[in-house]
Structure formats: C-alpha cells, structure tokens
Design a binder for this molecule. Structure first.
Ligand code: BGC
Length: 461
C-alpha cells in the first residue's frame, strides 16, 4: 500500500534550502579570509615595513589557526551541537576581522589572523557535517557542495574587494569587510535548527522528530527517524577515534586523509594565493592585466563549481573526481611547458594564463567540492564530526606546507619543474582516487555506514 500522507502532500523543501544556504556562509568566510591576503599583502608590507618572513607568518597564521580549529571543531561540535558551535564560530570570525582591521602592530595582526584561522578551521569541519545531516539523501551532494561554492564565491569576493580598496590603499577595509558576512552568518545560525541526527544522538527524541519534520517539510518522518536510530544503535558506546583503526573503518580513514592531502599537494593554493605573482612572472608585466586575469581565475572557479553541483548527484562523485584530476595533471604539464617559453613571448604568457584557468576549472569540478563532500559522508555518525575534523586538519596542514614552500621551490627548481611536480602529485591522486575512494551517490548516510560494515564482513556462504 502506498503511504498516502507522502503521496498526497509533496514535501516542502524550502526550509532545508534556507538552512544549507545560511550554513554555507561559513564557507564564504573561509574563502574570503584566505583569499583577501593576496591583495592586502602589498599595502601591509608598506605600512609596517615587513620582512618577507614576517609576511609569511601573517599569511600562514591563518592556516595554522585553521589546522587547530579543525582539530578541535570536531569534538566541540559533537559535544555542544553543530548549531551552537557555528554561532560561536561567527563570533570568532567577527572578533578576528575586527582585530585585523584595527591592528596597530604586526604582532596584533598575527593574533587577529590566527583567530580568523580558528574560525575557518571550525567552520570547515562543522558546516559540511551540519548540511549533510539536514539534507535529504538525493540532494545531499549539491547541498553540501554549496559549502565549496561559498568558498569560491568568498575567494572571488575577496579579489574584487581587494581590487576596490587597492585604489585607496586600505588593507584595513579589506580585512574589516569580513564583518558583514560574519554578522549574517551568526544571525542565520542563531535561528536555524540543530541537526536532527545530533539531537537524536544526545537523547532529545522529540526535538529530533520536530526538527526533522520542519526541515523535511512533512510530518511523515518516521522511516527516516528509525533509520537514524538504527545507525545510532550500532554506536551504543560512545564513538572513539581509535574506532577508525578498526578494519571496517580503516578504508574510510585512508580515503578521507588521502583526499585531504591530495587536495592540497596538487598545488591549488599556489594559484589561489599567488595568482598575480605567477601571472606577472609568466611575462604579463602590467599590474592591471595581472589583477584582471586573477579575477578571471576566481570567476572560472565559481562557475565550474556550479557545473560540478549540477552533475554531482547525477553523474556521481567518482566519475567527476577522475575526470577533473586527469584534467589537472594535463593542465599542470602544459603550464610547466608554457612557463619555459613564456618569458620570451607574450602570446605564450597568455597560454600559461589559459592553462591556469583550465587547471582551476578541473579542480573546481573534482577535488574542490568532492573532498569536502566525501568527508561529510563517509564516516559513521558516532565519530563523524571528529573524523571529519581529522581530515580537515590534514588538509590545512598540507595547505600550510605548500604555502610555505612554494616560493622557495620556484626559486630553487624554477616554475616549470615546480608545476610538473604538482602534476606528478595529480597523477598519484588519480590512482589513489581510482582505488580507494567509494561512490556515495544516492545512498543515505546510514546506507554508507552499512556499506563499510558489509565490505569488511567475512563472506557468508
Ligand atoms: C580548498 C581550499 C582552496 C579552495 C579553492 C577548497 O576546497 O580546501 O584550500 O583554496 O578550494 O577554491
């Protein structure tokens, strides 16, 4: 017998869209606060007469803060709930932005950047989990990818704001602008509901049911509620991180950490943080040409992320991942080639810029959104947030290593070999994804848990 209550009244999904959009603002702040430094750098150096090392500390303070925030974020969100932690995160973002904007010394600026970094780390480990827990299974891919879209919009916004305030040479406004999205994010999270899965896990069954009915737009949520309860039953005892070492979960651990590291060692942030410098060294000497090309790269990043979101629940995660990573390997190879010749030939410099755009486009349909999506999907509920925090920490740690070594590598090896080295990492990323990354399209989070259990179970006769 068909269930009439669902047949007669289609679920109203507007609320879940709203929840996903507001939560994704945490991603916008992540993108904005990492991207903003590329334009602020020039003016900071002038106002504070900074050494290169001091500048590197200001740039990487955010990444170090993010690594710590991501590690603590998992536990905190399990303890206090996703929503409360995200409200606190918005306050941290705002405090960090205000401190940076008002800083009277480089030391204060570094403290401000570390605080902003903590906010980024907390949001990067909690927002995707929150969205994945409120989204329905058939829309989870694109809804969680809203986070990545917001990251790319944040980066583009930072490029544009940097460009605007460059006219009045004000790095303070560049940093301070982040107060606006932080306030909207905080206000939004204050009014949004807690994740129903987290409520159920912390014994608040009635609130869980009410919230689920609200986010699903239908009172008919019994099946889903019992499915979540079943997955919780597998976790009677509190999940411990050492559970990840159990044979059934080890593959999930490997997939999450592997993708975390590969997402960074293919070199994406050398382009995101240093685009104008790279473009100039390819032979386009005009500053306005370099900035324009940078905005172009930011735009390609946003547009291709939208393309990925349209495909992710239909084509599946894995085909996109493999196609995009292959594209990155090829474009990195070309980038290295064009760099070799570019300095002597203006046309080749533009070819180098076009390869950079194609490289960013390939990232945007693959490792960009799919890493953050998979780490929100592949872990069992009992340890989901902590495990995601670990993957995010590996991601920020690798990001830090690449950001700190890129300029030195270029000095020592030259740009061509540096990009070819990232290209080799892309080849390794492809092989890794082929063998170690599961397809999660269309499965509920509970079915994914079951998948890992079945995979490791001894075969029955
Ligand atoms: C990565 C960031 C990167 C951004 C670029 C994100 O998925 O984690 O490190 O800057 O994509 O769009």
């Amino acid at each position: 017998m068909p269930n009439n209550s669902t047949a007669s009244k289609p679920a109203d999904r507007s609320f879940v869209y709203l929840a996903a959009v507001f939560a994704a603002l945490g991603g916008l702040l992540f993108g904005y606060d990492t991207g903003v430094i590329s334009g602020a750098e020039l003016f900071l150096r002038k106002d504070f007469t900074l050494s290169t090392f001091a500048l590197e500390v200001i740039v990487s303070g955010v990444l170090a803060g993010a690594a710590v925030g991501a590690l603590g974020g998992g536990r905190l969100a399990d303890l206090f709930g996703r929503r409360k932690l995200l409200v606190a995160t918005a306050i941290i973002f705002a405090a960090g932005a205000a401190l940076c904007a008002a800083a009277q010394s480089p030391q204060i600026l570094v403290v401000g950047r570390i605080i902003v970094g903590l906010g980024i780390g907390l949001s990067s480990s909690t927002v995707p989990v929150y969205i994945s827990e409120v989204a329905p299974a058939d829309a989870r891919g694109w809804q969680v990818s809203l986070f990545q879209l917001a990251v790319t919009v944040g980066i583009l916004l930072a490029y544009v704001v940097d460009f605007a305030f460059a006219q009045i040479q004000s790095w303070r406004w560049m940093f301070g602008f982040a107060l606006i999205p932080a306030a909207i994010f905080g206000a939004g999270m204050f009014f949004l509901p807690e994740s129903p899965r987290w409520l159920l896990r912390s014994g608040q069954r009635e609130s869980a049911r009410a919230t689920l009915a609200r986010v699903r737009g239908t009172a008919d949520v019994d099946n889903e509620l019992s499915e979540i309860e079943r997955s919780l039953a597998h976790a009677e005892e509190k999940g411990r991180l050492s559970d990840l070492l159990e044979p059934s979960l080890r593959p999930a651990l490997v997939a999450g950490i592997g993708l975390a590291v590969f997402q960074q060692i293919v070199g994406i942030n050398t382009v995101i943080y240093y685009a104008p410098v790279i473009i100039q060294s390819a032979g386009i000497s005009s500053a306005s040409g370099a900035i324009l090309a940078t905005v172009g790269i930011g735009l390609v990043n946003v547009l291709m992320t939208i393309v990925a979101m349209r495909l992710i629940d239909r084509a599946g995660r894995k085909p996109l991942l493999l196609t995009g990573i292959a594209g990155m390997a090829v474009t990195l190879g070309l980038l290295g080639l064009f760099f070799r010749a570019a300095n002597h030939n203006g046309a080749l410099a533009w070819l180098a810029v076009i390869s950079m755009m194609a490289y960013v486009a390939s990232f945007a349909i693959s490792l960009g959104p799919i890493f953050w999506l998979l780490i929100a999907e592949i872990y069992p509920l009992k340890i989901r947030n902590s495990a995601e925090g670990i993957a995010a920490t590996f991601n920020w740690g690798s990001n830090l290593v690449i950001a700190l070594t890129f300029l030195t590598l270029v000095e020592q090896l030259g740009p061509s070999w540096t990009f070819w080295m990232y290209g080799l990492c892309a080849v390794a990323a492809w092989i890794f994804s082929y063998y170690f990354v599961p397809e999660t399209k269309g499965r509920t989070l509970e079915e994914i848990e079951e998948f890992w259990r079945m995979r490791s179970a001894p075969p029955t006769k």
